[in-house]
Design a protein around this ligand. Structure first.
Ligand code: DAH
Length: 339
């Protein structure tokens, strides 16, 4: 038995492995349950009592040396693999996956860019507003239904602190602090106390435009509206203005564009009228100018306001408003190629 152990020891000490498969084969041959070392261990039972001590010690040495040898071979292989790995420093890196812009951001940017080309700069204001900037300065009568709890989210009812219901509040803020000429657009989020459905949400986004100077007329407004519609929806787009009412403009109008789906022929989207409404506009009411410290005898101007969701729906036919705020990647990644 001692001879057997010695020869096995010599064998193990001279082991070599060229790859991990060979190494595994060696491990199985010597160290597995049915391997050579284990079978010697089994034979140990039959060893005479007076030899047990000596052979036991030898067997233990054999076992640890076998284990050490296998570990050593493994380490050698690992090091070799690491040092042989080829690193190509000239290789370009993997493409970096960038996220996609939100469709509302895409459209907001597009609207802002069109107005920027006409010399409008961007103005922003707070989303938590007061009654003066959202309603009173804009000529809303004290009993106007928009002031009602049904439509407006009040933060502090008694103190008239509320979430703005439109970005027209930014008009007031700019006019209070700036003398004309004023040429701004105000993109931003607005809030209304609506039941959430596919066509209404408790928050949405608007872009407001305001132009105040000497001798600004309705003709100037019309020209800007036509330019905007053609830039946004294509050169063949037609516009039409319908008389309307807003407390802060006089006269007021709503603008329709020729349906961009059917080209004005009539389809389910435009309810077979050939037209779809996209914004409200008008000449700034003299009371509003006066409320903001601008002399209506010297200056006049126009304002217009549109919903970004509405324009986005027209451009991309998004049928359910809720998709804009659900963060469903399957929806969002469809806008990958848009700028
Ligand atoms: N503030 C209006 C709204 O939220 C939109 C609007 C209409 C803005 C006419 C204007 C305007 O500046 O002239 O429905």
């Amino acid at each position: 038995m001692i001879n057997k152990i010695d020869s096995l020891l010599a064998e193990i000490n001279s082991l070599k492995a060229n790859n991990s498969e060979e190494l595994e084969a060696l491990r199985i041959k010597y160290l597995s349950k049915k391997g050579e070392v284990s079978s010697l261990m089994n034979d140990f039972r039959n060893v005479a009592a007076e030899q047990k001590r000596e052979i036991g010690q030898k067997l233990n040495i054999l076992k640890t040396q076998a284990q050490d040898k296998i570990n050593e071979l493994k380490e050698k292989l690992d090091n070799r693999n690491a040092s042989e790995e080829i690193i190509d420093l000239t290789r370009t890196s993997y493409p970096y996956r960038v996220g996609t812009r939100h469709p509302l951001s895409i459209v907001k940017k597009e609207i802002s860019d069109i107005f920027a080309r006409l010399g409008f700069s961007i103005a922003e204001g707070p989303e938590i507003e007061d009654d003066w900037h959202v309603f009173s300065s804009l000529n809303f009568a004290a009993d106007h239904p928009a002031r009602d709890m049904q439509d407006t989210f009040f933060v502090q009812h008694g103190a008239d602190i509320l979430l703005r219901t439109h970005t027209s509040s930014v008009q007031t803020r700019v006019m209070e602090n700036t003398q004309p000429p004023i040429r701004i657009i105000c993109p931003g989020r607005v809030y209304r106390n609506e039941a959430i459905s596919y066509r209404a949400h408790c928050f949405f986004h608007q872009v407001e435009a305001l132009y105040i100077d000497k001798n600004v007329s309705f003709a100037d407004l019309k020209q800007v509206l036509l330019f905007f519609a053609k830039e946004m929806f294509g050169p063949e787009t037609k516009i039409r203005l319908r008389p309307s009412f807003f407390p802060f403009t006089e006269p007021s109008a709503e603008m329709d564009i020729s349906c961009n789906l059917c080209g004005g022929k009539g389809c389910p989207f435009c309810k077979y009228t050939g037209w779809v409404e996209i914004l409200g506009c008008g000449m700034v009411d003299p009371n509003v100018l006066e409320n903001c410290g601008i002399d209506p005898k010297v200056y006049s101007g126009y304002a217009l306001g549109m919903g970004i969701e509405r324009i986005t729906n027209l451009k991309y036919q998004v049928k359910d408003l809720r998709l804009f705020s659900e963060n469903d990647v399957r929806f969002l990644k469809q806008f990958e190629s848009a700028t």
